[in-house]
Structure formats: structure tokens, C-alpha cells
Design a binder for this molecule. Structure first.
Ligand code: BYC
Ligand code: FE
Ligand code: FE
Length: 483
């Protein structure tokens, strides 16, 4: 391994890309830095900027022991540029350049395609921070508050990762794109974030957990696909981002799991066996299981939209160019060019849901979405085990991929969560049984009372099994400093 794995903390921007000897890029990033800090101050976590948070910071990109935990004020977090180690002799994993050496510079013919993908990826990162900025104030525990802020600073770092690529490899238009990242804003009417789900609200902690389970998992899948890129600096950036991503999905899975567990415990203590007795369950101050299903339906389907159209020439071009691969491309046993392969893609024709074999090259998005759904099923099964262990008859399910969609073949099709095609009238009539209603939102909001005493948890959520960094139950994860 020729490359230094430790992170250089000598420059203002921690990095393992030799920034101190790359004056042009260092200067460009130093010029971008104040705008980023200003953005963090304006649109990052509201309150708590003066509090010391027990955060992990990457100190190496080694697979073992890359993180160090310590108290940091968030604005002083050392956001850095970290790439996974270069793999000697790495070759392009797919498409017409399959087997050729990976590119260390941007190939001219694919420049705009690459830039677009990096910009879209980068745009989602600050968007999620903006969406989650109000949640600190209603944190159900110090433990959860720390996890929120950990996710937030790491999404901030993911923005840095993409901005580095833009500044280093894309000249003046890269610089312009880097500035635009701080100008767009989640939910803005004039300058919204680029992808649908990143302009939605994250109004409460159950939404936050669903978001980190389902939407960060789209992040995982897209990063996996970009980690297969023939453009090596992008691949290496994404590979390191993936190591951080695992924690985000852990926060989501365990957050939803702990919510479910508390609901089941409260039901059992009160002798309520019918999960559909919503009023009685809610009177216990916990979130009823049908409402958890509705939140799941919402966040899963918003996340499915992030995969783009099932059949896409954009996706085919990116694959063919070797810019974006499939999930675990190098482990797939085929020609990696998809010369004669087909793939079953969803269709919605004359009001009927069907599927048709199409050239696999055009169905890259569909395939990644299918891989995503399989991946997302694991946690749902574990959530159901919590319910069945509590002897409650209820099963959470992923809804049909045609339900509540705004992108692709099912765009605005009246399909139910169990995959029946109905009339719009029927669909609208049942909407509130499938998706969170205003009343559901208000109820959840009423539970969002902060619990900031170390070791205590809001009534609607169970404590975690183990602390972060193996800390004891009453550990002070956030040294609150209220101005
Ligand atoms: N919303 O051929 P099509 C993460 C546009 S999450 C709005 O169907 P394509 C994270 C599309 O741009 C991961 N517009 O799709 C998670 C195109 O527009 P133009 C983010 C959409 O291009 C949590 C047109 O529709 N990373 O990291 O194959 C917290 C037709 O496009 C949407 C990436 O997404 C939408 N949902 O695929 C923090 C990776 N979908 O160009 C972070 C980079 C499609 O015709 N992005 N459109 O005006 C990509 O690979 C692809 O651009 C997409 C879309 C998968 C997003
Ligand atoms: Fe991210
Ligand atoms: Fe994430």
C-alpha cells in the first residue's frame, strides 16, 4: 500500500489526500469553508451549537479503529476529506471499458455525466441535515440526541467529500456547483433540493428513525453503486462514506425497534391485546403499531422514488460508461456489460400491474431498487420478532412498490399497499388508513417531549441495549449548554 492511511490534521481541513501539497485545492476548500460554517450555523441543528457532544471523529481510514470518541462542540467538528485506500491495479468494473485501468482523472467524454451524479449525491447530504434540524429540542434521551448529531455531522462530512471531488476535478464549474450546494435548501419553493424525498419534512423522531432506516439505505445503495465507479477518486470517497453510513442505518433500525418494543411492553402491562384498539394504546402514551406501519409506508415509498425510473437511459449510459455500477458489481458472475441480458421491469399498462423482460442495461435502476427492497426487509423481519416475542398479533410489511409513488411507471397510480389497483375515489377514501394523517402527526407530536436527563428515556421509547462506545446507561452524551 503506497498510500498513507492516517489522517493529516495539520491543515485546517483534516484529510488523507495530501492537501498540504495541493495548494490550489486547499485554497479552494479554504475559500468554501466559511460559507459551509455559515450554512451549518443557519440551517444545521437548532440550539446545542454550544453544547459539547460525545462524537466520533475519523482519525484513520483503516477498517479497524478509524474512529476516536470525544466531546466536541459541533461547529468545531473536524470535517475532513477522507478516501478509502487506493487499491493497486484496480480496473473498471463494468461497461464498455470493462477491465481497463480505473481512471485517476475525469475522462473528458463522461465529464458532465460524472459531475451530475456527484452533484446529486452531494445535494442530499446537507438536505438531510436541514430536514432534521429541529429534532434536538424534542430528543427522547441524551443517547438519541447524540446519535442525531452524529448523523448530522457525518452527513456534513459527506457534503465535504463530494465538494472535494468537484473542487479538485471539475475546475470553475465544479467550484460553482460547490457554492450551489449551500444555496439550495430543503423544502424551499424557489431553490429546493434536487430529489423529492429531501424536500419532505422530518417532523418527529419516528420520522427520523424511519428516514435513517429507509432513506439512508437508499444512500447506502447509491454509494455502493458509485463505489463501483471507474472514476477511482469517486469510488474511494464512497467506500469510506459507506463505513459511516452503517451507523446511520443502525440508528434507524434500533430507533424503530425500540419504539415498537416500548409500545408492546406498554400494551402488555395494560393488558391490551388488540393492536387496532388505537385509542386505548395511545392513551398509554406510546405509538400504536398501525401508525408505525403508516410511517413505514410513507418513508419506504418516498425512498423508492429515489431510484429514478425503472427503465432509464441515464442509468444505462452511466453503467455503460463505467461511471456507476450495480450493487456488488464485482461479485456478480456475468459479462459486466449486459450485452444480451434481460431483467424483469415493472409495468403499469391499461390499469394493470405487470412485468416485462427488458434489456438489463436499461433496467439498472430497477435492479438497484430490487436489491434495496431485499436489503430493507431484514430490519422489518427483526421488528416483527420484537412484536411476536411480546405475543402481539401484528405484522409490519413493506408495501407494494406501486403504492404511493411519484416517479417511474407507477407515478400517481391508484395502487393499494397490498398491490391492488383501485379507483382514485377508493384510494382517497382509504388514504388515512395507509399513510399518516394530520391527526396521527398531531398525536405523535404530542409525545415529543424532551427527556434530557442522562439515562432517562421518554415514555414512548425503550432504552437501547448497549451504550455508544460501550458507555454506561447514565452516561452524559451531551453536555448541555443552553444559552
Ligand atoms: N426526485 O432516468 P431517470 C443519500 C429525475 S441518498 C426528483 O428516471 P436516473 C442520503 C432525474 O434527475 C442517495 N427528480 O433517473 C440519504 C432526471 O432528471 P433530468 C443519493 C428525480 O437519472 C439520507 C429525470 O428525473 N445519491 O445519499 O437514472 C441522508 C429522469 O431520470 C427523481 C444518488 O441518488 C427524484 N426522486 O436516476 C443523506 C446518486 N428521480 O436529468 C444522504 C446519484 C429521478 O432529466 N444519482 N429524477 O432533469 C443518480 O444516480 C440518479 O440521478 C438517480 C436518478 C438515481 C437519482
Ligand atoms: Fe450521507
Ligand atoms: Fe447517512
Amino acid at each position: 500500500m503506497t498510500q498513507k492511511m492516517a489522517v493529516d490534521y495539520d491543515t485546517m481541513i483534516p484529510n488523507n489526500v495530501g492537501l498540504s501539497s495541493d495548494r490550489r485545492v486547499l485554497k479552494a476548500l479554504e475559500r468554501w469553508h466559511p460559507g459551509y460554517i455559515k450554512w451549518w450555523g443557519n440551517l444545521g441543528p437548532v440550539g446545542f451549537q454550544e453544547s459539547k457532544v460525545y462524537l466520533r471523529t475519523a482519525v484513520s481510514v483503516d477498517s479497524k479503529g478509524w474512529a476516536k470518541f470525544d466531546y466536541v462542540k459541533m461547529p468545531e467538528y473536524r470535517w475532513g476529506i477522507l478516501l478509502a485506500p487506493q487499491v493497486e491495479g484496480r480496473t473498471i468494473a463494468c461497461g464498455e471499458h470493462y477491465g481497463e485501468p480505473a481512471w485517476q482523472e475525469v475522462p473528458g467524454e463522461y465529464r458532465s455525466m460524472l459531475r451530475r451524479l456527484i452533484v446529486i449525491q452531494g445535494d442530499t447530504e446537507p438536505a438531510s441535515v436541514e430536514q432534521q434540524r429541529f429534532l434536538g429540542k424534542t430528543a427522547p434521551s441524551q443517547y438519541d440526541m447524540r446519535n442525531l448529531f452524529q448523523v448530522n455531522v457525518e452527513e456534513g462530512r459527506h457534503l465535504w467529500a463530494m465538494v472535494y471531488l468537484l473542487q479538485k476535478y471539475f475546475g470553475s464549474d465544479g467550484r460553482e456547483e460547490a457554492n450551489e450546494m449551500l444555496r439550495r435548501q430543503s423544502g424551499s419553493a424557489e431553490t429546493p433540493r434536487m430529489l423529492g424525498a429531501f424536500n419532505e419534512e422530518t417532523p418527529d423522531w419516528l420520522s427520523f428513525f424511519m428516514f435513517t432506516y429507509f432513506t439512508d439505505r437508499d444512500g447506502k445503495m447509491q454509494l455502493e453503486a458509485l463505489a463501483q465507479s471507474g472514476f477511482d477518486p469517486l469510488s474511494r470517497s464512497c467506500r469510506f462514506m459507506l463505513t459511516e453510513e452503517a451507523h446511520h442505518m443502525f440508528v434507524g433500525e434500533t430507533g424503530v425497534g425500540r419504539t415498537i418494543q416500548r409500545t408492546c411492553e406498554a400494551m402488555n402491562e395494560a393488558g391490551i391485546s388488540d393492536p387496532y384498539d388505537v385509542e386505548k394504546v395511545r392513551a398509554l402514551g406510546v405509538i400504536d403499531l398501525p401508525t408505525i406501519q403508516k410511517k413505514l409506508n410513507l418513508h419506504y415509498t418516498l425512498s423508492l422514488d429515489l431510484f429514478g425510473s425503472e427503465v432509464s437511459t441515464n442509468a444505462a449510459n452511466a453503467f455503460n460508461a463505467g461511471i456507476k455500477g450495480r450493487y456488488q458489481e464485482i461479485k456478480i458472475d456475468d459479462d459486466h456489460q449486459l450485452n444480451n441480458a434481460t431483467y424483469a421491469a415493472s409495468q403499469f399498462i391499461d390499469g394493470k400491474i405487470t412485468s416485462m423482460d427488458v434489456p438489463a442495461l436499461t433496467a439498472i435502476n430497477m435492479r438497484l431498487r430490487d436489491d434495496y427492497s431485499k436489503d430493507a426487509l431484514g430490519g422489518v423481519k427483526r421488528w416483527n420478532q420484537i412484536i411476536s416475542k411480546a405475543n402481539i398479533e401484528f405484522e409490519l410489511k413493506l408495501p407494494h412498490s406501486g403504492f404511493h409513488r411519484k416517479i417511474g411507471v407507477f407515478d400517481h397510480a391508484p395502487i393499494t399497499p397490498d398491490g391492488r389497483v383501485v379507483t382514485w375515489d377508493e384510494w382517497e377514501k382509504s388514504r388515512d388508513e395507509w399513510l399518516p394523517s394530520k391527526a396521527d402527526g398531531d398525536f405523535i407530536q404530542s409525545l415529543m417531549k424532551p427527556e434530557w436527563e442522562p439515562g432517562k428515556y421518554a415514555n414512548w421509547i425503550a432504552p437501547p441495549r448497549v451504550g455508544i462506545d460501550n458507555k454506561p446507561g447514565d452516561f452524559e452524551y451531551v453536555q448541555l449548554h443552553m444559552a
